[in-house]
Unconditional design. Structure first.
Length: 376
């Protein structure tokens, strides 16, 4: 499948990494509200495309310690301001119950609504984490393919099983994105297969962009409007992407979760990617593994099976835990929130608000109590 590339032995330069984390904003009663006053609290804080979401992002960092310091400092600044305003940040992947989520007005969002239709509602109920790792010249495709194979690691941080107050899966956000929101758009929202080279990746982007433009035109959107808001890279919704704009490979699958878990996951991902410098990568065999001699990626069909199980069952699935252990993770080091709050019956509006407030407090404790992660 993918040819092995030459490796540069002994390269000790750190792989730079950065994160973007989205959190729901609530008032003192646990109701979703806009993040008024929070964006100005720190660098890296931004509005998302829906009203009650705040995104906090870091700059590219050369170590886990640096990344942790920057993310925690920025979040503490936001929370200090939130305390003054009677607001909180909720580290759950969905808002849990059936509140309608309003969008911020933009032509980009209007076009997506026209193309995706009513199913775009599912996207409005999702809060996630994006992890970027710096592209290594000559190894970009190995990085991309390895992150595709690592996609089942989303199970490590599944943080909500609910959509509109009812259980849908251990990883509700991933199910909403991949199986519901973009169900009417071929190739969008789903994990893409491994690629041979950058040329193949670019051809995929171009095809997906043309498909999106055609769908927009069919929905009555003028082609020039699409071109003003989207290009081939920004018109794609897939969990793992080569980002020419940032010079990174981006993994978009993880849920919004506690900062300490975000840092641990970014550290583990960077650790696997750093191995690529000295270790050949190949696709083949029945199972995957990250070893000292080589990194073996399982067939893409096997990855999809692990991903489906990671979404439906999360870390409660033995097959997922065993796979992630072989791929360089320690599942026991993670505490996915979804398994702690998962109940069979519907969640009431009152219970939802209490749940949000409980987890807003949990985020505050996490910021002040989490020990450093020493893997650098």
């Amino acid at each position: 499948m993918v040819a092995e590339l030459a490796v540069v032995a002994g390269d000790s330069r750190p792989v730079r990494r950065s994160v973007e984390v989205e959190y729901w904003v609530v008032d003192e009663a646990g109701r979703l509200v806009e993040p008024d006053g929070l964006v100005a609290a720190t660098a890296g804080a931004e509005r998302e495309f829906v009203e009650p979401l705040l995104e906090v992002k870091t700059t590219p960092c050369e170590s886990t310690a640096e990344l942790r310091t920057e993310l925690f400092d920025r979040l503490r600044r936001v929370l200090d301001r939130a305390d003054e305003l009677g607001l909180g940040l909720v580290p759950l992947a969905t808002p849990v119950d059936g509140d309608d989520i309003a969008e911020l007005p933009s032509d980009r969002t209007r076009i997506q609504n026209e193309v995706v239709g009513a199913d775009f509602e599912y996207v409005r109920h999702c809060a996630g984490t994006h992890i970027h790792v710096e592209q290594e010249p000559g190894r970009e495709i190995d990085q991309l393919n390895t992150l595709i194979a690592l996609d089942p690691a989303l199970a490590l941080v599944n943080s909500s099983p609910y959509f509109r107050g009812r259980r849908v899966a251990a990883g509700a956000r991933s199910k909403l994105y991949r199986r519901l929101a973009y169900d009417g758009l071929d190739h969008q929202g789903r994990l893409w297969p491994y690629v041979e080279d950058i040329g193949e990746w670019d051809r995929r982007l171009d095809r997906r962009y043309e498909e999106f433009v055609a769908a927009a035109v069919d929905a009555g959107v003028d082609r020039s409007r699409v071109a003003e808001s989207f290009d081939p890279e920004s018109a794609v919704w897939t969990p793992v992407q080569l980002r020419e704009t940032f010079g990174t490979v981006e993994w978009r699958s993880p849920d919004a979760t506690l900062p300490s878990q975000v840092i641990r996951l970014a550290d583990d991902i960077a650790g696997v990617i750093e191995r690529l410098r000295d270790t050949p990568v190949r696709v083949g065999g029945d199972i995957g593994r990250v070893g000292d001699d080589e990194i073996v990626l399982p067939p893409f069909e096997a990855v999809l099976e692990y991903v489906d199980t990671a979404i439906e069952e999360g870390l409660s699935a033995t097959a997922v835990r065993s796979y992630l252990d072989r791929m360089g993770f320690d599942p026991a080091a993670y505490e996915p929130t979804t398994h702690a709050i998962d109940v069979d019956g519907p969640v009431s509006a009152d219970d939802t608000r209490r749940l949000r407030l409980d987890h807003a407090e949990r985020l505050q404790r996490d910021l002040h109590q989490s020990p450093a992660i020493g893997a650098d």
